[in-house]
Design a binder for this molecule. Structure first.
Ligand code: ZN
Ligand code: FE
Length: 257
């Protein structure tokens, strides 16, 4: 099985899996790049997985379904390009011989879901849309800080070697913020240096892993003393429970340059 990020727009990745003949794509915001890739590789599109309703994740679904007859799977509680199979918490779907479990991760949007497969070529794999990014997390358009923290906490509980396939290449700007929050985190400094090298050569920084994100992502580290102290210094007088720290970090990140 092969895992490939197909670049789209300015900073999206449309993640693709294929077994040499059939392919799966996740969140095709546009169809052209996917169609070109399928033709180049001689692949048949079997299934499209969707994590949430934003146009940069769904814009190419109708054209791809029309061109390929692919089966479309998406979240129960979001407006979606019909017809599709709707899935929610506790559901599992079988695609290309892999079993994907559905995790509901509200916060970025109200009905956002993630897809997790426990084993693909020896490691778990996670398609998490705009919920977890490397070094960051999605903006709270439709959810509360408590919901998003809960969603991220459930993703962080997946095995450390889970490959994390996020939908945007936001890593470098996320890491600038992460370093403002945790200037003393040496794992973070090392990772930032590695990512700068990758981006300078136009390579993706993704997939990341759950184990790495737990070391470097401030939004998964709200219970760390250094992170709580930074949040408190930014927002004096705020509470220092995990939800309040998370809320402060998210608002701080929104205005961070
Ligand atoms: Zn989004
Ligand atoms: Fe997006």
């Amino acid at each position: 099985m092969h895992l490939i990020p197909i670049p789209a727009f300015s900073d999206n990745y449309i993640w693709a899996l294929h077994d040499g003949s059939r392919a799966l794509v996740v969140d095709p915001g546009e169809s052209e790049g996917v169609s070109r890739w399928l033709a180049q590789q001689g692949l048949q599109l079997d299934t499209i997985l969707i994590t949430h309703h934003h146009a940069d994740h769904t814009g190419g679904v109708a054209a791809l379904r029309e061109a390929t007859g692919a089966h479309v799977i998406g979240p129960t509680h979001e407006p979606m390009p019909e017809p599709l199979q709707r899935v929610g918490a506790g559901d599992a779907v079988e695609v290309l011989g892999l079993r994907f479990e559905v995790i509901e991760v509200p916060g970025h949007t109200a009905g956002h879901i993630a897809y997790h497969t426990p084993e693909m070529d020896g490691h778990p794999l996670l398609f998490c849309g705009d919920t977890l990014f490397s070094g960051g997390c999605g903006r709270l358009f439709e959810g509360t800080p408590a919901q998003m923290l809960d969603s991220l906490t459930r993703l962080a509980a997946l095995p450390d070697d889970t490959r994390v396939c996020c939908t945007h290449e936001y890593t470098l700007s996320n890491l600038r913020f992460a370093q403002a929050v945790e200037p003393g985190n040496t794992a973070l400094a090392d990772y930032a240096a590695r990512c700068q090298t990758l981006r300078a050569q136009n390579f993706p920084t993704l997939p990341s892993s759950i184990g790495l994100e737990k070391q470097i992502n401030p939004f998964l580290r709200t219970r760390e003393a250094a992170v709580a102290q930074s949040a408190l210094a930014h927002e004096p007088g705020s509470a220092n429970d995990a939800v309040a720290v998370f809320a402060t970090l998210r608002e701080w990140k929104n205005v961070f340059r």
